[in-house]
Design a protein around this ligand. Structure first.
Ligand code: MRU
Length: 370
């Protein structure tokens, strides 16, 4: 069967069970990752929606580059890619001299550093490394890592479907939602977090409309969110980022739903730059501000948003549009990829374990231990 992005399900591939599982649960067929057993394939998100191109990842260095270059993006999707990059690293170490476990730990560090803000990347790499027992032989270690990476992927899809069931109940009917960046199928193992809830509301029969911020500078909203929603026949209009506050003031929005790259132990949320401004405008206009994230995005080891590392990216992402320089010659740019929304602006955090409400400290701690 064609998955709608030019890639058929193949029986001999190691992702077969996961894709079957996805198709049993939903008809949303967009998926950003495929795994044959030997190689990882990533849907090149820099080219969407103009072009559908799958990039073949054969080793960990290619996986790391794909994460930092934004071929794959979105916290859960880079977590899954990081996990498979470690599997590819482990396989390459089979024919190499040296201690397999310390080589794996080094590779794990390099993978984790590819993008520092999304905690899902470190979480996935650490989860794989925690499975490695020095008693196992190298071949067994590769198999165990591969099983764990597949499990992380499948669990992510299951979490998104559960989140959608909890989250859609919070929305009235009819409803107009504002979202930022892309927290959809492309940003996860499939189905999406914020967009998963929107899909869930539509499947529950609610009349849902979406405003998507275009999301400078990578335009994840205009390119990816709009593409996903139109593919699923959900009404979507894009707006420029700076229009969000005015549109809320006009009474056009019933709820904001965004994803997250990391949520600190106190409920402060790191997400795509611009999220904080949206949360401020939502508070001012009495609009609920929901964050949708799996528990793999909750970071109980980081007490508050102040300690979350914020990625800064190349100035050229701002001074150029595509290959055309738009900024004045010689001007500098400051390119924070994420910002922190303080917990007092968050109405609720929707996870696969349920809807967390303030005070977020105890709610997050319970969700991480339950
Ligand atoms: O820079 P990106 O595109 O990786 O940023 C993605 C986001 O900010 C998403 O909202 C977040 O990762 C959640 S994805 C389910």
């Amino acid at each position: 069967m064609d998955l709608g992005s030019g890639f058929k399900i193949k029986k001999g591939w190691k992702d077969y069970k996961i894709l079957k599982f996805l198709l049993e649960l939903t008809d949303s067929k967009i998926i950003p990752i495929r795994y044959s057993g030997k190689e990882l394939f990533l849907l090149d998100q820099r080219l969407l929606p103009k072009k559908i191109k799958w990039v073949c990842i054969k080793n960990a260095s290619q996986g790391i580059r794909a994460i930092s270059n934004m071929i794959v993006r979105g916290a859960p999707a880079i977590g899954i890619t990081g996990a498979f990059s470690l599997v590819l690293a482990a396989r390459s170490f089979l024919n190499k001299k040296g201690d397999l476990i310390s080589n794996l730990k080094d590779a794990g560090k390099q993978i984790t550093n590819a993008r520092p803000t999304a905690v899902n990347l470190k979480w996935a790499v650490d989860r794989l490394l925690s499975q490695v027992d020095p008693e196992f032989n190298p071949k067994e270690i590769v198999d165990i890592l591969e099983q764990e990476a597949l499990k992380i992927w499948e669990e992510d899809i299951a979490a998104n479907i559960k989140m959608a069931a909890f989250g859609q109940k919070l929305l009235p009917d009819p409803v107009t939602v504002l979202t930022h960046c892309n927290a959809g199928a492309l940003a996860t193992g499939a189905y999406g977090t914020a967009l998963g809830i929107i899909r869930g509301a539509k499947d529950a029969g609610k009349r849902i409309k979406v405003f998507a911020d275009e999301t400078r500078p990578w335009l994840q909203g205009a390119r990816l969110t709009a593409w996903e929603l139109l593919n699923d026949n959900i009404t979507c209009q894009i707006i420029i980022d700076s229009a969000a506050a005015f549109i809320m003031q006009q009474g056009l929005i019933d709820a904001v739903i965004v994803g997250a790259d990391r949520i600190a132990a106190n409920g402060d949320v790191a997400n795509k730059i611009g999220t904080y401004s949206i949360a401020l405008a939502a508070k001012e206009n009495d609009i609920p501000f929901y964050v949708a994230a799996p528990t793999s995005t909750l970071d109980i080891n980081t007490p508050t948003g102040k300690e979350i590392p914020i990625e800064t990216r190349d100035e050229k992402e701002i001074t150029y549009i595509g290959k055309t320089k738009i900024a004045t010659e010689g001007v500098k740019a400051l390119n924070f990829a994420f910002d922190i929304t303080p917990n007092n602006l968050v109405t609720a955090i929707i996870t696969e374990k349920g809807v967390l409400r303030p005070p977020f400290g105890p709610a997050i701690s319970n969700a991480c231990t339950a």
